[in-house]
Design a binder for this molecule. Structure first.
Ligand code: TRP
Length: 459
């Protein structure tokens, strides 16, 4: 156990908040949340998502940070530490293993989408969209997806950028990215929401996002919202556990977590409010347009906006930065573990893991062109891109989160947990109760009911 703390400690509590927020706020908020809300009926999805964040996401996030800070090592070894202390079966370490695997798999498709954003920095920056009509903007995006060489190039660049930061290590690499990005991102989003308010169909967008229409509710939609709550908060795979391991011992976990959760939710809702008014003001666009939603709706706005090329470039730079500060947390758990375990240094460890995700990412690049119609049964009739997204977000992360809740809530001694969070009683007891009886039960219920529902569809 003498290895505890070998990766360093965040410079202070704020660095932790910034790094955790940097991990949480990413493509999940700006790209994925709007298009998933669009595909899953709008307001219903948003409401279920908000409930999941409050009752499942935030309590489990606290459990993850606590496990990390308690063990002070990579998720796998922090779990081992807590398992030993609790005298629990070794199989619990599976949480850490599944997490490392999920991180690498998410990185594979995440970096492809981040590559689109990088490419769009270039496209908007050179004024390609200026004065373009909406169907031409749509054609631009289709042309990009149809071009495997381009997708591969930008995917590779993004993987390389991520590896660079992870290789630099905790404070120098991970801590410094988020500091300037977050305020700038919030300011740009706000500017876009204001633009949408004046130039889009704001009322339609607003109603779509916030009207609750019960008939649009399906178990698949609920599972999608639950999975997204995990994805957007970076939960269920040890990313936040790894960051918690570098948290100073005297910082309050509770306050920190709530700050991160609120920030993350605000960014997602602001993205929705920026995008949907534009969608409804440009009739060929559909809310259910899928993964291309962001990359088509915003350039339409930038095409007609004064200084559109400038704002467009700035915005895609910010998206790429947000994706960057998130992707590093996908690699950190595995990297930290390799450094502890195999005694290999951080730099080769980072490049080894990035290389794996980069290779797997090639299947995601091909999902949009050469293999677009290849949807084999063993990928549940999905493309590799859709399958990796589904498997990680809707199965592995909720399952990981469920196990973390059960472990901290039921397996660890309450005294040990109380000591590790270092918090006054009423708040602690409420949280502990939710972690035992509410979060895991809800996750299990949603997963089981969705499963039953999909069997019904088959028969
Ligand atoms: N939360 C990030 C986003 O919303 C993505 C992400 C980073 C993530 N690290 C993670 C998702 C760990 C799940 C688990 O873009």
């Amino acid at each position: 156990m003498e290895q505890r703390g070998i990766h360093g400690v965040w410079a202070n509590r704020w660095t932790f908040i910034l790094a955790a927020a940097g991990s949480a706020v990413g493509l999940g908020n700006i790209w994925k949340f709007p298009y998933m809300a669009g595909e899953n009926g709008g307001g219903v999805f948003v409401l279920v998502y908000l409930v999941c964040i409050a009752l499942i996401g935030i309590p489990i996030m606290k459990a993850e940070v606590l496990l990390g800070r308690h063990g002070r090592m990579s998720p796998i070894n922090s779990m081992n530490y807590a398992i030993k202390e609790a005298g629990a079966p070794k199989a619990w370490a599976g949480i850490g293993w599944m997490g490392v695997a999920a991180g690498l798999m998410i990185m594979a498709f995440y970096s492809v989408v981040a590559g689109w954003a990088l490419k769009y920095v270039w496209t908007t920056g050179t004024g390609v969209f200026t004065g373009m009509d909406s169907s031409a903007v749509g054609d631009q995006f289709s042309a990009l997806l149809a071009n495997p060489g381009q997708l591969f190039l930008w995917h590779s660049i993004f993987c390389f950028m991520t590896a660079g930061v992870v290789a630099l290590g905790v404070n120098r690499g991970l801590g410094s990215v988020a500091k300037y990005m977050m305020p700038l991102l919030l300011a740009s989003l706000l500017t876009l929401v204001i633009y949408s308010f004046f130039h889009g169909n704001f009322a339609a967008g607003f109603h779509f996002l916030f009207d609750f229409k019960i008939e649009r509710l399906s178990w698949n939609g609920v599972l999608a919202a639950l999975g997204h709550a995990f994805f957007t908060l970076s939960l269920g795979m040890g990313a936040i556990m790894a960051y918690g391991a570098y948290m100073p011992a005297n910082a309050s976990i509770g306050k920190t977590i709530v700050t991160v959760g609120i920030l993350d939710t605000v960014v997602a809702l602001a993205s929705g409010l920026a995008i949907f008014p534009l969608v409804f003001a440009n009739p060929p666009l559909e809310p259910s347009a899928g993964p291309g939603l962001l990359f088509v709706s915003l350039p339409i706005a930038f095409a007609s906006m004064p200084f559109g090329a400038f704002f467009g470039t700035l915005f895609f730079i910010l998206i790429a930065l947000a994706a960057w500060s998130s992707s590093v947390s996908l690699l950190e758990p595995g990297t930290a573990w390799l450094v502890e375990q195999k005694k290999i240094r951080r730099v080769p460890a980072t490049f080894l893991l990035t290389g794996f995700s980069w290779l797997l990412g090639i299947t995601c690049v091909l999902s949009f062109n050469v293999w677009a119609e290849v949807k084999p049964w063993f990928l549940l009739f999905k493309t590799p891109f859709d399958f990796l997204d589904f498997l990680t977000s809707q199965i592995m992360l909720p399952l990981g989160g469920l196990l973390i809740a059960v472990f901290v809530g039921w397996v660890m001694k309450k005294q040990v947990v109380r000591h590790a969070v270092d918090e006054q009683s009423p708040l602690f007891d409420a949280w502990h109760f939710i972690l035992r009886f509410i979060s895991p039960v809800l996750v299990a219920l949603v997963m089981i009911l969705t499963l039953i529902d999909s069997f019904k569809d088959f028969s």
